[in-house]
Design a protein around this ligand. Structure first.
Ligand SMILES: [Zn+2]
Length: 314
């Protein structure tokens, strides 16, 4: 796919387009930003542009040649993607961990040192670089230091704070990806999920700029849709129940993680209940829940967050 298909990241795309058309390929780039904002899509587009059989000078990769297709499907021999699927493939057993480990990378070194099979260069994408354990980062750092000239690295991470400083300092280029704005996210939801504007808009609003989060909301909603049947209408009695539920939970819970999960569940439930046309009051309640979740993530005391939420919900 060409660079123009990356929606809502004009600044990052214009940097990548300029780098690519200048023909001076940085050897090591960091793509930084929250998940679900187009980092992987941009990395794949960039890899396609480097390897494409019929690239367009202004648009990037053609998106339709055999090479572009293979890169997109993760099957091109000159474009390696290191992520949890790769770990599963390399280790088969015992691969369900929370981290990408050094064991996964044992054979990677020789794979990365070999010459490109067909294209002018080879590319290694590390998707979720913060998931690499420290020893795994160190082992890749060694390869980075001795990297053969034909190898281009793109590491995708949430932020540079989660990577070894020595790795961050080696990056020739950092490309920052912003949370998607509401319009961009809604347009992706309409285009890819076939949603109507009235469904896409609230989902985009609640997803805080992340398509990944929007997908989770969509999935949960469809599960609830099949379980819950037809739409349930919201009544003042249920509003009372909402406050009661939060109050009850406040008395039981202390762990930040539990509170975060409880608020997320509640938010998804309300998104489902109010999926058609939320009233201004309902939108206000959703905003209050969203703010509470943000406070939890920002390390505000959970009891305080719940207390404040209850006050806001009245
Ligand atoms: Zn192509």
């Amino acid at each position: 796919m060409g660079f123009s298909e990356i929606i809502g990241q004009d600044r990052a795309v214009s940097i990548l387009r300029r780098l690519w058309s200048a023909g001076k390929q940085p050897q090591f780039m960091l793509f930084l930003g929250m998940p679900g904002v187009g980092r992987k899509l941009a990395a794949v587009s960039y890899a396609q542009a480097l390897l494409c059989e019929n690239p367009d000078k202004s648009k990037g990769a053609c998106g339709v040649c055999k090479t572009c297709n293979l890169v997109e499907k993760g099957g091109h021999p000159d474009c390696m993607v290191i992520d949890f699927s790769y770990q599963q493939k390399m280790r088969k057993k015992d691969s369900s961990g929370l981290h990408l480990t050094i064991d996964t990378l044992r054979e990677t070194v020789s794979l990365l040192r070999r010459k490109p099979f067909s294209g002018p260069c080879s590319i290694c994408l590390v998707d979720g670089a913060e998931d690499l354990t420290i020893p795994a980062q160190v082992s890749l750092l060694k390869i980075l230091e001795e990297a053969p000239g034909h190898l281009c690295w793109i590491w995708i991470a949430v932020s540079e704070d989660r990577l070894l400083p020595t790795i961050v300092s080696r990056a020739n280029f950092k490309v920052y990806f912003q949370p998607l704005d509401e319009d961009s996210l809604a347009s992706v939801l309409i285009k890819r999920f076939g949603l109507g504007e009235e469904q896409a808009r609230p989902a985009a609003r609640m997803s805080r700029g992340s398509l990944e989060r929007a997908q989770i909301i969509m999935e949960k909603k469809s599960v609830k849709a099949s379980a819950a049947g037809p739409a349930v209408s919201w009544t003042p009695a249920q509003a009372l129940t909402l406050s009661q539920r939060i109050a009850r939970f406040r008395n039981l819970a202390s762990a930040r993680k539990d509170v975060g999960e409880f608020l997320e569940e509640l938010e998804l439930e309300l998104l489902w209940l109010w999926r058609d046309k939320p009233s201004p009051q309902q939108l206000g309640r959703l905003e209050a829940l969203l703010k509470a979740r943000q406070d939890i993530e920002a390390n505000v005391t959970p009891a305080l967050v719940l207390e404040h939420l209850l006050l806001k919900l009245g």
